[in-house]
Ligand binder design. Structure first.
Ligand code: GLU
Length: 390
């Protein structure tokens, strides 16, 4: 076992004993799930999938489909079209609450059922099959393999889905949903019934972590901006009415579903997913949350704690026949530019004024406009023979 898999296995073993919570009971097929199943997977920038436990067990994706259908609709229709019909505010209410914005009828966000049904209602396609196949195609691209719908869960969900139908009728009366109610709702039930493993979810999470590019297949699935928008909404609304406390404790955009899956995203670092069917009172997997929380804690992943790499680009000073070359790599933002300038000032002070200093920015992975303006401006002032190659 490689050392990182051993760390994952250690976390899994620690958390295995916790048997609090119960499987979702409102959908008969979900109530029948084996409550002891437990799995956990991580995918990093090079697309290596590490997983432990019941990592090949399939379960239905449920609410974890919501961010990916949102990504599909954002890519097709754009943010402002989507925001016309669905808000971006945490609701603080249970996922299936019958509550819509006063006056407009807009659901609070795309992660509660009402908002997800409205989002699904925006997917193009002539009938349920056509719309479902477009959704399956997008989710499959996120997962890097062809996903399928579990017909038994779909039927179970459709036969008990009156609350979701009621929500859809209400939204159609406000013009939030244009499609016939059955078309929107049956497509939504089918999207929730897509089968995944924890490995699929970890890859899907990693595709969001790396700006919309699946690190396993190298396919660009959505634009960087779409991935960013989806993660923003997951940050505030992804864990039902526990989203605020989740952000406080774990600090990662995440999404959970009632079948016991949970995925979380550490932007630019990795995607993680866990599966354990017993849920707490909010509908979140008890052990799934514990796994992600342990990982975030041990790996220092909380988004809002200091991350030095953002403010410390790599600065290499190389002597060449043409003079000194300063090679920059990594990300150049505001704080990083400040550090580079400080290093350059020190260097300029000990470099004869007729010598050349070459600043080579060609290896920068990302350079933000304001940082570049600041850098260029100050470079000129620093030393008469500083040259900047971009
Ligand atoms: N299919 C479920 C429903 O709409 C999804 C809920 C969930 O995972 O939160 O009731």
């Amino acid at each position: 076992m490689d050392p990182i898999t051993a760390v994952l296995q250690g976390v899994l073993d620690e958390i295995r004993q916790d048997d609090r919570g119960a499987t979702a009971s409102y959908i008969p097929e979900l109530a029948a799930a084996d409550p002891d199943r437990l799995a956990f997977g991580v995918v990093g920038p090079r697309g290596r999938v590490l997983s432990v436990g019941d990592d090949h067990a399939e379960f239905t994706i449920q609410s974890i489909s919501k961010p990916f259908v949102l990504a599909h609709v954002l890519a097709e229709r754009g943010l402002s079209d989507v925001l016309d019909r669905v808000g971006a505010e945490p609701s603080g209410e249970p996922f299936n609450a019958i509550s819509l914005e006063e006056g407009s009828g807009r659901p609070a966000n795309p992660m509660v059922n009402a908002g997800a049904i409205a989002t699904t209602g925006m997917v193009a396609g002539s009938d349920v099959e056509d719309r479902t196949s477009r959704i399956v195609e997008t989710l499959s691209a996120f997962a890097g393999r062809r996903l399928l719908v579990d017909e038994d869960v779909y039927r179970s969900e459709s036969s008990t889905g009156d609350r979701n139908r009621a929500l859809a009728h209400l939204m159609r009366s406000y013009g939030i949903i244009d499609a016939p109610v059955d078309l929107a709702v049956e497509t939504y039930f089918r999207q929730c019934s897509i089968l995944v493993t924890v490995r699929d979810l970890a890859i899907m999470a990693s595709t969001l972590a790396f700006g919309g590019v699946n690190p396993v297949t190298d396919e660009r699935v959505v634009d960087e901006r779409v991935a960013r928008d989806v993660l923003s909404i997951m940050s505030s609304c992804g864990m039902y009415d526990f989203s605020g406390e989740w952000m406080l404790r774990v600090g990662l955009p995440a999404k959970s579903g009632v079948s016991g899956g949970v995925l979380a995203v550490a932007p630019s670092q990795f995607g993680v997913a866990a599966f354990s069917p017993r849920l707490d009172e909010h509908g979140n997997s008890v052990r799934g949350q514990a796994i992600v929380e342990a990982l975030s804690d041990r790996m220092g992943m909380h988004l809002l704690e200091p991350h030095e790499s953002i403010s410390q680009p790599v600065v290499d000073v190389v002597e060449s026949p043409d003079g000194r070359v300063i090679r920059l790599s990594g990300e150049l933002g505001y704080a990083a530019a400040e550090r580079v300038l400080a290093a350059l000032r020190d260097l300029a002070a000990v470099t004869p004024s007729d010598a050349v200093i070459l600043v080579d920015g060609r290896e920068l992975a990302r350079a933000h406009p304001v940082a570049m303006v600041a850098l260029r401006g100050e470079l000129e002032a620093l030393h008469s023979a500083v040259r900047f190659v971009e």
